[in-house]
Ligand binder design. Structure first.
Ligand code: CO
Length: 461
């Protein structure tokens, strides 16, 4: 018999991020935590990604308290998604903010740190990976290959990146296919090459956006992938992960049988189907997205398709949706084929939106787009044409950045954020409050105005 396939469950994070705008509340998770814990998942993804922002911005929840409650109810390792030097925000942070965030997340109960950089620039992963490796709680540290397709990306490039992650001390690697671009036979080749070239486990994360999901998993499983990410049925498929119950059933009695009890999942799935209906109703969501093989061209990650559609709607330009999807790959090519994932997906998406709404390309250029182009977030897979930078984007030569880590050193430090918060009248902030503020200044400030209590009121680690 082959090694049992392990499953990482995403219903508490990516599942609702992909289908319900990350709106699931802690109280909607709580009744099922014991049952989820008893399944035997490799890990439960429940924090990071967009959950932190959404907790503060829309759900009136303190993300650190949510993590404490999850930890109190779960023995299964809690996994989080972390964007390297970007953490969970939309900027690059100074090294001490990154280190402090990782230490605190580990202390509050994160058992698996999945760390990625939107540009696959390992310089942006070093600080977070090192900090996680040094945490006294000894969490698992997983490095990501952010998967994309372009005229320049090859499986060999991803294997080289994986080897670098292994050398950096990562305990495992994940192929992070956030837009469902990984075709079954390509997955077969990539997984075989990774398994041959690495000594650490390989995990696969995909979305069903283009319709490949379950087939891609089957080929990856046959090729020896150690772990796949799945979501329980109500929060699976479409722009989310393949379905947990389907993958478990598919392997029953076969070589890579997961050994998980599918019947135990039925009541959990039933609960989350109700939760999904509540979310659809309360937040006016659609709750599903049609499979769209054209994602192979426009490459928009699951969670973002709905945001883009909303953005156009707000600008009264709903009819430009198809134009936008056509414009995305053009803008992406102009800036050196970055993988499209937060924050590059938003940056390229917003630029493409402005191009189609203005009816003229690069007439209005957001600063974030200029920053991406001039190298502030790291190296793009292909160097960008100088003429595009200087004549089209009007970036002066002396603002083009070769070493992004020098820029990170100029970012605000933890103590500066803390002093700022104190200046605003929030005395004795906890380190957690400072971190929330560092990541989402305005949103955190609004949240603190409603909920701020002196430090002694919190029983925090
Ligand atoms: Co995902």
């Amino acid at each position: 018999m082959g090694k049992p396939l392990q499953i990482m469950e995403t219903v508490l994070r990516d599942g609702h991020q992909s289908l319900c705008a990350t709106r699931m509340r802690y109280r909607q998770m709580e009744p099922m935590l014991g049952a989820l814990d008893a399944i035997g998942y490799k890990a439960l993804e429940a924090w990071g990604g967009a959950t932190f922002d959404t907790c503060l911005r829309f759900l009136d929840e303190d993300p650190w308290e949510r993590l404490d409650k999850l930890k109190a109810n779960l023995k299964t390792p809690i996994q989080m998604l972390l964007r390297g030097q970007n953490l969970l925000g939309y900027n690059h942070y100074s090294n001490d903010v990154v280190e402090k965030f990782v230490q605190k997340a580990s202390a509050h109960g994160i058992g698996v740190f999945r760390i990625f950089d939107a540009l696959n620039d390992v310089r942006n992963l070093r600080v977070a990976i090192k900090a996680a490796l040094e945490c006294p709680e000894k969490p698992e540290v997983q490095g990501c290959l952010v998967y994309t397709i372009s005229p320049v990306h090859t499986n060999e490039m991803f294997v080289d990146l994986a080897k670098q992650l292994q050398e950096m001390g990562c305990h495992s690697v994940c192929i992070k296919d956030m837009s469902g671009l990984l075709e079954p036979y390509v997955a077969d080749d990539l997984v075989r090459k990774l398994k041959a070239g690495l000594d650490i486990p390989v995990e696969l994360h995909t979305h069903c956006t283009s319709g490949f999901g379950h087939a891609t998993y089957l080929k990856a499983i046959e090729a020896g992938v150690d772990i796949v990410d799945c979501a329980l049925s109500p929060f699976s498929s479409d722009t989310s992960q393949p379905c947990t119950e389907t993958i478990v059933a598919m392997l029953e009695g076969q070589d890579r049988d997961t050994g998980l009890d599918r019947q135990k999942m039925t009541p959990i799935a039933k609960h989350f189907l109700n939760v999904k209906q509540e979310l659809i109703k309360e937040f006016g969501l659609k709750g599903y997205f049609d499979i769209n093989p054209n994602v192979l061209d426009f490459q928009i990650p699951g969670g973002m398709l709905s945001n883009l559609a909303n953005q156009l709607k707000e600008m009264g330009a709903e009819d430009k949706y198809q134009d936008l999807l056509d414009e995305m790959p053009k803008v992406r090519a102009d800036v050196g084929y970055p993988p499209l994932v937060t924050p590059s997906s938003q940056i390229v998406g917003t630029m493409a939106t402005m191009n189609v709404v203005a009816g003229e390309r690069y007439k209005m250029i957001p600063n974030e787009f200029k920053d991406l182009a001039r190298g502030k977030f790291g190296r793009t897979p292909v160097p960008i044409e100088r003429s595009f930078l200087t004549s089209i984007l009007h970036i002066p030569e002396d603002q083009i950045i070769e070493d992004c880590s020098i820029e990170d050193a100029k970012a605000e430090t933890f103590d500066q954020f803390k002093a700022e918060l104190v200046d605003k009248g929030f005395l004795n902030p906890t380190d957690e409050d400072v971190l929330s503020y560092a990541l989402f200044p305005q949103v955190a400030e609004e949240f603190f105005k409603k909920h701020y209590q002196p430090v002694t009121a919190y029983k925090r680690a």
